[in-house]
Design a protein around this ligand. Sequence first.
Ligand code: APR
Length: 330
Amino acid sequence: MRRFKTTVVGAGNVGSTLAQRLVEKQLTDVVLIDRVTDRGEGKTLDLLQSAPILGFDTKIIGADDYGPTEGSDIVVITAGFPRKPGMSRDDLLKTNMEVVQEVTENIVRHSPEAIIIVVTNPLDAMCHVVKKVSGFPKNRVFGMAGILDTARFRTFIAMELNVSVDNIHAFVLGGHGDTMVPVPRYSTVAGIPIPELLSQDRIDALVERTRNGGAEIVALLKTGSAYYAPSAATVEMIEAIMVDKKKILPCSALCEGEYSIDGVFVGVPCKLGKDGIEEIVDVRLANPELAALHRSAELVREQIVTVDRFMAEAAAAKAPKKKEPSPAKG
Ligand code: APR
């Protein structure tokens, strides 16, 4: 039987925890890549040595080059740099655009049929870069954010009501970050919408905490950002694809008319199966919810305009310079 192969690019906190979850669950063989020499190999050797204790036989290879990634079914991009003090959002956009562009070129060369899941931030703009560089169809390029955002919302609802997280479904749309759009009407506890269980004030407080969920962790950790929940969210997406589950999960997907949004990656509910995104589920929203989603999409569009400019400037800088004609002698 042919074994499923997943490449994880970036052997940092998210990438290595994702690799660990995948091999421990025996879901797929994994290749872990990093630009830092030997980092992928070191992490995988450590993981391999946990196999006899935990009893998994999934293969894992670490590498600094893309040779071993050849023919991957799924590639997850976690490579990039975090925002450092003094760095503007545009600086981060440019730095990670360069990383994601280089990574995508390598993926296309070695795994032209792969499904690419983007995790690197700023997420929605990075999905745009991958789509543009790869030229892959939109069902094979999308981002992980919504599952993480809904998981945060579900956690806070469960803590508030002292019930199992299993009972909670949450609905969050929009761009990843400050502009996400939680929809309490469609967020339920054992099927009951939360506005019937919680006051508006409490819902607002939970929504606010969800919106700042990533920043709250960054502030506590001092260095680095969240990785346990982001890696778990990515596993859920990979599993839905591998077993052709047709599971509806919020992903950053390229909207082309859905929710009256055109040409922008933004968080929307998607049906995930063997072909990647098999459908964007266009749920009916109330006017204020739709307006909030459109505002969020507009902010992503602004980032896309900036990133397109950076890409054009980088391409122009690489292009061979035309020779200036020498001034005529006379
Ligand atoms: N190719 C391969 N790996 C790269 C490249 C590249 N061009 N550039 C950077 N990397 C690697 C770094 O060497 C590092 O090991 O990406 C890894 C990133 O790891 P961390 O800094 O630990 O970041 P992490 O916490 O894993 O987050 C990764 O996910 O959630 C998002 O915002 C987060 O964008 C960030 C990404």
